[in-house]
Every structure is written in C-alpha cells, then in structure tokens.
Design a protein around this ligand. Structure first.
Ligand SMILES: Nc1nc2c(ncn2[C@@H]2O[C@H](COP(=O)(O)OP(=O)(O)OP(=O)(O)O)[C@@H](O)[C@H]2O)c(=O)[nH]1
Ligand SMILES: [Mg+2]
Length: 329
C-alpha cells in the first residue's frame, strides 16, 4: 500500500469492496482516483486502478450495447452557464427568447435530448447559456454532470405553475450528489471544502410567472428555497417584458467585470473587453496583457466610474467594471 493516501481513500476502498453494482463500483473508483495524491509512491496503484476502471466501464458499455457516450460543449464568450430543471419547465423557451439558438419548444417532456448552447448578449459581453436535458428522479444523461462541473454557474429553472416546486428540485440535488456535485449558494472557503466533492454555485430561476397560480405556488416554498439558494428571479420565458434585465442579472450573478486596456497616448474604442473575476487588481489586468507588463509596470492610469480621468492608482487597486486602463512601464 502506498504511503500518504488520506483516510478518506481507505474509507472509499472499504466501500468499493462492499459495492454490489458495477455503476457503484465505477463511481467509487473514480472517487478513489481523485483522492489519491499524485506522487511516485502512488504511480503503480494509479495504473492498477485505471485498468480496473477501464475494464468495468467496458463491461458496462457492452451491457448497454455500445460505447459510453461522451458529449461536451466548447466554451465560448465570457462565461459558461448551465440551465437545468425538471421536464417542461420552459428551458428551451428561455434559450429561444434570450439567444439565437432555436431548440424545439413543446408541451411534452424530454423534448431536449442534447445540450443546446446559445449566447446571451449583455452590452459588449457574450455569455454562453446551455440548456441541458431534463433531470428527474429516474433519468439524467450520463454526460450531464461533467458539463455542469465545467461551467461557471448553474441555473435551476422552476415551473411556477407547479404546486410542488420541491418535487422539481429535490431529485436534481440528489442526482447530482450521486456524482459528487454539491449545489451551493456560495463556494465554501477551501479549508471548509470536503475532499472529493465538487461544489457548484447554483441559483434558482422561476419561470411561467404569467401563470395565475405562480405567486401562490412560490409563496409556499419561498422560505425553504431562499435559505437553500439565491433566487435569480422570476420570469415568463414567453414574455419579453419580463426578460429585460435577464442578461444584466446574468452578468452580475457571474461576479465578473470587464475592463479595457489602451496604450499610453492612444485613443481607444470600448471594444473587446478583458473579462476578470470581481475583486481583480491592476496587476491581474496587466497579466492578461503580458507577464512582463505585470512584473514591470511602474504605474497605471485609469478612466471610469469613481476615479478622475487618468487618475494614477496603486498596483493592488481593485478594478471596477467598465474601467479603461493604461499601463506605464
Ligand atoms: N405559460 C407559460 N408557458 C411556458 C413558458 N415557458 C414555456 N412554456 C411552455 O411550457 C412547455 C414546455 O416548454 P419547453 O421550453 O419545451 O420546456 P423544457 O424545459 O425545455 O422541456 P424539456 O426539454 O422537455 O425538458 C411549452 O408548452 C411552452 O410553451 C412561460 O413562461 N409561460
Ligand atoms: Mg427543452
């Protein structure tokens, strides 16, 4: 047995020995791979586990009569947001209203079987919004967790016309937990994170606010839902007047800012923003231009909200959305 594997690894190993189904064994092996630190002492074990995992997966694929399906969506734009929910809640309708994508919108469940990406435009920023196939207690496409894990924010759409909103959301939480994805209001600080768990920042989006029972249905679960997640808002995906703030809210929810850089003495156009996480500093912005600029710049000038035109600021000054930056080497 290699040295330096955490106690959670041994605990997973015990569960693996007791596991009955191949699916369970695959999930635990994947967990063990994540838990195993990467160093020389674990190389051999890593190879053995990988072989075991491959064999189990091949067995599963044969049982299902084909190859394991992998599906991915290449990232585009400033951020990637995944949109999930129970069947028929109106995910495709929202994608149709907010982007140029044209998925089928229909009054029967599981209309969408593959990811549908579209670009939501907020001023000069494009945000990728991806509809994923509906998730229920008994069904979730195998590739869905991986796409969610890679996204920056998860939106769960609720059907406000339904009198049991928890019925829509509970199965989703449970399905994703089986794949070690924990849906959270905010990502916990690193020291409080559990090993082998992926945290996903999640917000709720109520749809079909035009339905006569919408506010009464929401009222019933408001407290529970509010304590568990932040509410992104309530809309009617069919009614553009309820969607006017959607793109801005999405930008704000992502906790990102855009800045523009210009060379000293040059005029500049507000195009092609640099996207950075909120809280980023002048040095972070300089890094996006060049490592050397970040290391060497003597001072920087900024234009924008809260500063005088061309004001000189410190290297660790926190940026604001919309600022224009000029680095002096
Ligand atoms: N009243 C009302 N109906 C809506 C709204 N949005 C969608 N619908 C209707 O709800 C039904 C389902 O809409 P879809 O957009 O196909 O739902 P979905 O979540 O993509 O469904 P699946 O892909 O099957 O999971 C359709 O009949 C839509 O016309 C809305 O805001 N208000
Ligand atoms: Mg759909």
């Amino acid at each position: 047995m290699p040295t330096n594997v955490p106690p959670q690894y041994y605990e997973a190993e015990t569960r693996f020995r007791k596991a009955k189904t191949t699916e369970e064994k695959i999930a635990i092996l994947e967990e063990m791979m994540i838990l195993m630190p990467k160093h020389k002492g674990t190389d051999k074990l890593r190879v053995t586990l990988n072989q075991k995992l491959k064999k189990l997966k091949e067995g599963e694929d044969e049982k299902k009569g084909g190859k394991r399906q992998t599906v991915s969506v290449p990232r585009e734009g400033a951020a990637q947001v995944t949109l999930i929910g129970a069947p028929n809640v109106g995910k495709s309708q929202l994608i149709t209203s907010m982007t140029k994508a044209t998925p089928e919108v229909a009054a029967y469940p599981f209309t969408t079987r593959m990811p549908v990406p579209g670009m939501v435009v907020f001023e000069d920023v494009q945000i990728q919004l991806i509809e994923l196939p509906a998730i229920t207690e008994s069904s979730m496409e195998v590739w869905v967790p991986e796409i969610i894990r890679g996204s920056d924010l998860l939106l769960i759409m609720l059907d406000l016309a339904s009198s049991d909103l928890l019925d829509c959301i509970d199965p989703i939480i449970r399905q994703l937990e089986k794949h070690h994805i924990f849906l959270v209001k905010e990502i916990p600080p690193e020291e409080e994170q559990k090993v082998s768990v992926g945290y996903m920042r999640t917000m709720l989006l109520g749809n079909k606010v035009d339905h006569p029972d919408a506010s009464a249905n929401l009222e019933l679960f408001q407290e529970w839902l509010k304590n568990r997640f932040y509410f992104f808002g309530c809309v009617s995906a069919q009614d553009p007047s309820t969607l006017t703030l959607f793109a801005k809210n999405l930008f704000d929810a992502l906790k990102i800012i855009r800045v523009y850089t210009k060379a000293p003495g040059r005029k500049f156009d507000k195009i092609d923003p640099v996207i950075l996480p909120a809280g980023a500093t002048m040095v972070d912005a300089a890094k996006t231009l060049h490592k050397e600029i970040a290391e060497k710049f003597k001072f920087a000038r900024v234009w924008g909200d809260g500063v005088h035109d061309g004001q000189q600021v410190a290297k660790d000054h926190i940026l604001k959305d919309g600022w224009v930056l000029e680095f002096h080497i």
